[in-house]
Design a binder for this molecule. Structure first.
Ligand code: SF4
Length: 438
């Protein structure tokens, strides 16, 4: 490892590399960026031409409000970046950009290079993703193609079919989630933010996917289609009253136009097995009913709508039954990594919180379910907004536990999120658990 320029300040990546010698340095930096967010200077935004800017707005996925950020940062910043090289010789690592004006991390322009800095000390080079050719194409009414489907990590076609959630209010909405709040906020904004259409137009969606599928540059090739949205518990515009019936026409239309080469990951609330079978037969290749947190007491508090409409036991039982329908690697519910420590009812120490997360990994993975982690971004429009940042120790220890359990059960990568298993290989930018190993 090369040493950075002499300074009295020791970056976190260095102190934690001593504390966790078995953890790749890329994992440490990535988790720290995801939990604390990052700022970006206008110079650093202007320094690069034609990069892929923010176009994903299902959740705000930012720590600062849109209105708190300077100028049009919330739409002009890169959607995600690769960090690499720098004084620690880091391997290329994708990470989502979580905007936080107050973060100690900032992307700055130093000697003509965009660099991730911590308190002004350069840590790694920040490489912005190139803008794909389909960005900027327009439908007749001026809607741009990326407003229909953004590309994430140069690989994921990210589709929100229903961008609201029927779980409503304090008694139903998940406490870490700002989907409904964010939709209300977006409706107040103008300009480059995605159109706040609640229901995606099927014909437009297929048209954009068709264009994405023809991308000649392998670096920007669509590896996977991820379809998601809020929960559905009643009829939408007089039509389907459940996520399977609502989404199947989209899936069938995609398969008809694109064939079966590209996987489709479908994220919905837990479904009965007969509906899941119909989704699979229509063409999805993975189904992820996000459990969010394994501890039953916390699930009931944090995801009250899920508990009310489905219930913890049914949710977990269906996850396990889903493996027989979808196959191993194709059932991968999201867990919000760190929400175990949410105040006031979460665990008040890292050791117990990690033990709880680990119990979940063990139980689910022993049944062929591969939970995937998303580091908790504490968004201002949520009911947990006042929580302190999740300790880095929790995130790193949870990543270690996840990786060891995944290896123990000889499980495949969870399908539809690209390669994983080492820094320099993984694509998924919402957790560093996929960068463990190597
Ligand atoms: S089910 Fe929960 S996490 Fe999903 S969109 Fe609704 S409130 Fe958000």
């Amino acid at each position: 490892m090369n040493q950075p320029a002499t300074t009295s300040f020791t970056p976190t990546i260095e102190t934690y590399a001593k504390k966790y010698p078995e953890v790749p340095m890329e994992v440490i930096l990535k988790e720290d960026l995801l939990r604390l967010g990052i700022g970006i200077t206008m110079d650093a935004i202007k320094a690069v031409k034609n990069f892929r800017q923010q176009a994903y707005y299902l959740f705000s996925y930012n720590i600062s409000e849109h209105t708190e950020l300077d100028g049009d940062t919330s739409s002009s910043a890169p959607e995600d970046i690769i960090f690499r090289d720098g004084p620690y010789g880091l391997r290329r690592t994708w990470v989502r950009i979580v905007l936080n004006k107050e973060s100690p991390y900032q992307i700055e322009l130093i000697d003509g290079k965009t660099m991730v800095c911590q308190d002004g000390v350069p840590i790694a080079e920040a490489v912005y993703p190139e803008k794909p050719d389909y960005y900027g194409k327009e439908f007749e009414d001026g809607t741009r193609y990326e407003q229909v489907i953004p590309l994430l990590y140069d690989s994921y076609a990210f589709i929100t079919t229903f961008r609201a959630c029927h779980y409503w209010g304090d008694k139903e909405e998940c406490k870490f989630c700002d989907i409904n709040y964010n939709l209300r906020e977006l409706k107040k904004l103008t300009g480059d933010h995605v159109t706040a259409d609640a229901i995606k137009n099927k014909d437009r969606l297929v048209e954009v996917l068709d264009v994405m599928n023809q991308e000649p540059d392998p670096n920007k090739r669509m590896l996977t289609i991820i379809m998601t949205g809020g929960s559905i518990v009643r009829s939408i515009k007089g039509g389907p009253d459940n996520a399977a019936d609502f989404n199947i026409p989209y899936v069938e239309a995609i398969r008809e136009r694109l064939g079966r080469r590209v996987p489709i990951v479908m994220i919905t609330e837990s479904q009965p097995m007969d509906r899941l079978t119909r989704l699979r037969d229509a063409g999805i290749t993975s189904h992820n009913a996000n459990l969010e947190v394994f501890n039953e007491r916390l699930f009931k508090w944090i995801a009250p709508g899920k508990d009310h409409y489905i219930g913890y036991d049914t949710w977990v039982r269906r996850l396990i039954e889903s493996v027989d329908i979808m196959g191993e690697g194709r059932v991968s519910p999201n867990m919000v990594s760190g929400v175990e420590m949410a105040k006031p009812y979460g665990f008040d120490n890292v050791k117990d919180a990690v033990a709880s997360a680990k119990e979940g990994f063990e139980y689910l993975m022993s049944h062929g379910v591969i939970p995937h982690l998303d580091t908790w971004c504490i968004e201002p429009g949520t009911r947990l907004a006042d929580n302190p940042t999740v300790p880095l120790d929790f995130l790193l220890q949870a990543d270690i536990a996840w990786y060891e359990t995944w290896r123990k059960y000889k499980l495949p990568p969870f399908e539809g999120y690209g390669p994983m298993g080492s820094p320099g290989i993984a694509v998924y930018g919402n957790t560093a658990s996929v960068d463990m190993g190597g």
